[in-house]
Design a protein around this ligand. Structure first.
Ligand code: GLN
Length: 501
């Protein structure tokens, strides 16, 4: 049986029907991970622990446990701390770090929560800074659709693993697009929830006012099942929303307006003109427009909207995110956290060497930018101004949502590029984020779902952005679309290789 082509839903049904055990599934996916080492998607394994968790799940299933995720394997992005796997955020400075506790999300999904089985840790850009997974201390992860191309970032390893059939599910985090962009570039589905919906406790911090964890999987339905287990209030995260989470599967397959035969009748989809301008490549545009046509066929109405400050999202984000990063990363000093330099003369020299040796180029660049924009004399000119524009960006969305229910557009301007193509020019790399940054700046939920293929046969995703707490509606729309299309079922060349072979 090709378990790696199955959704979480299908795997869960098979577990309950005793067609396979969790232990057999764990063996199967560990074998596929071993066979696909060249993709560099998975950077830490603890097979004994994985098998222990699977046996535990099997024992519970035998006793009749029926949670929809019990016994199903998952990979965690290396930014989530784990007791039984190293937690490095793909940085040299944390290369030996093992956490004394599990992140909230890891605990909620794991043996004492939903019962999922952790396969290991997924590759990512160092401290989640990047758009291609090339900033990883573990080296780049490769796109399973074309191994000479990047998978996107920063949750690159998570997206690669799902697209290659190394795991049915993975966690990701999204500060400025890191769930949506790799999901789009690898042809899978992922959702960044409303800021504060999923606890950040135990998620190694990059930019705390923007960071948000979320699920990545093959389908919107699988993401809904995962989000049900991940979302909810956590008193250990001061920005966690004290508001009950919904059942994100409840609206799947239902029509937008009760009683309507056409699934999307009554839905207004807003198309921001700034998302369809000059920077968008024609192949991505064609794929996204194809999806919009399908929405219309299913009864939706598309209306033009405007997000006038879209182009400011890059300068604003690349002031605020580095500012917060420079503060968050000060704890990695070789004393409180981090691998200390082997040789140094005095205390100051120890700090300098530890941080110079421990951080990669992009992380250092951001620490310097962040320190600069927060320094006396520049704070008002850069940081404060960026915060003001951030507020205007959030207001723009509220204006747009007066005219539509959900905003749709591309995730990234192009399909996945070649490895090394943009590493020498950071501003080129930052431009990749033009369509994904604003929802984070505003704190809005947004997702990516596969909608076709562009140049060189590379996958393209459509981005759906909703108002606060509209995750269930975003997933409803994406699921309705996936009931009518098969883009999400297409297999990458690596996933076409059958079984655990
Ligand atoms: N590419 C953006 C950055 O480098 C977003 C990364 C993210 O969402 N973690 O900061």
């Amino acid at each position: 049986m090709s378990w790696h082509t199955k959704t979480i839903k299908q795997i869960s049904d098979a577990l309950k029907a005793k067609q396979i055990s969790s232990k057999e599934l764990a063996d199967y996916f560990l074998q596929r991970i071993a066979n696909a080492k060249d993709l560099n998607a998975v950077i830490d394994l603890n097979e004994a622990k994985t098998i222990e968790q699977a046996n535990h799940a099997d024992a519970l299933i035998a006793k009749g446990a029926a949670s929809p995720l019990i016994g199903v394997p998952i990979l965690h992005k290396d930014v989530f701390v784990t007791k039984h796997w190293k937690s490095t955020a793909c940085s040299k400075i944390l290369s030996d770090y093992v956490s004394p506790f599990d992140a909230h999300v890891v605990a909620k999904l794991g043996p004492d929560g939903a019962g999922m089985v952790c396969l290991g840790k997924a590759n990512m850009d160092e401290f989640a800074m990047g758009s291609s997974n090339e900033n990883s201390y573990a080296g780049p992860a490769l796109n399973p659709w074309d191994k000479t191309r990047v998978p996107g970032g920063s949750s690159g390893g998570s997206a690669v693993a799902i697209a290659a059939g190394l795991s049915p599910a993975a966690t990701g985090t999204d500060t400025g697009g890191s769930i949506r962009q790799p999901a789009s570039l690898c042809g899978i589905t992922g959702i960044k929830p409303t800021y504060g919906r999923v606890s950040r406790y135990g998620m190694i911090a990059y930019a705390s006012s923007l960071d948000q964890g979320g699920p990545m999987a093959k389908t919107a339905e699988d993401c809904a099942i995962l989000l049900n287990a991940m979302a909810g209030h956590d008193h250990k995260d001061s920005t966690s929303l004290d508001r009950p989470s919904e059942d994100y599967t409840a609206k799947l397959g239902k029509s937008w307006m009760p009683g309507e035969a056409q699934l999307l009748k009554g839905l207004k989809v807003g198309l921001p003109k700034e998302y369809f301008g000059d920077g968008l490549s024609s192949d991505v545009r064609a794929a996204v427009e194809g999806a919009l046509e399908q929405f219309k066929k299913m009864g939706a109405e598309c209306v033009p909207v405007s997000l006038p400050k879209t182009e400011l999202s890059i300068p604003v984000y690349y002031v605020i995110a580095p500012a917060e990063a420079s503060s968050n990363l000060s704890r990695f000093d070789g004393v409180r956290y981090g691998r200390r330099a082997d040789q140094y003369s005095d205390l100051l020299d120890m700090y300098k060497r530890t941080r110079s040796e421990g951080f990669g180029t992009e992380v250092k660049r951001r620490i310097m930018i962040g320190t600069y924009v927060l320094s006396h004399g520049y704070y008002d000119a850069y940081y404060l101004k960026a915060q003001r524009i951030r507020r205007i960006i959030a207001q723009d969305f509220q204006e747009a949502f007066k005219q539509c229910d959900i905003i749709a557009g591309p995730v990234a301007p192009t399909v996945a590029g070649k490895i090394g193509e943009k590493t020498s020019d950071p501003t080129q790399m930052y431009l990749e984020d033009i369509y994904t940054l604003s929802p984070n700046l505003a704190g809005l939920p947004a997702m990516s779902a596969p909608c076709g293929f562009g140049d060189n046969g590379m996958p393209v995703g459509i981005q759906l952005i909703g108002n606060y707490f509209s995750e269930a509606s975003l997933l409803q729309l994406a699921h309705a679309y996936q009931m009518e299309t098969d883009w999400h079922q297409r297999l990458s060349p690596v996933a076409q290789k059958g079984g655990a072979a």
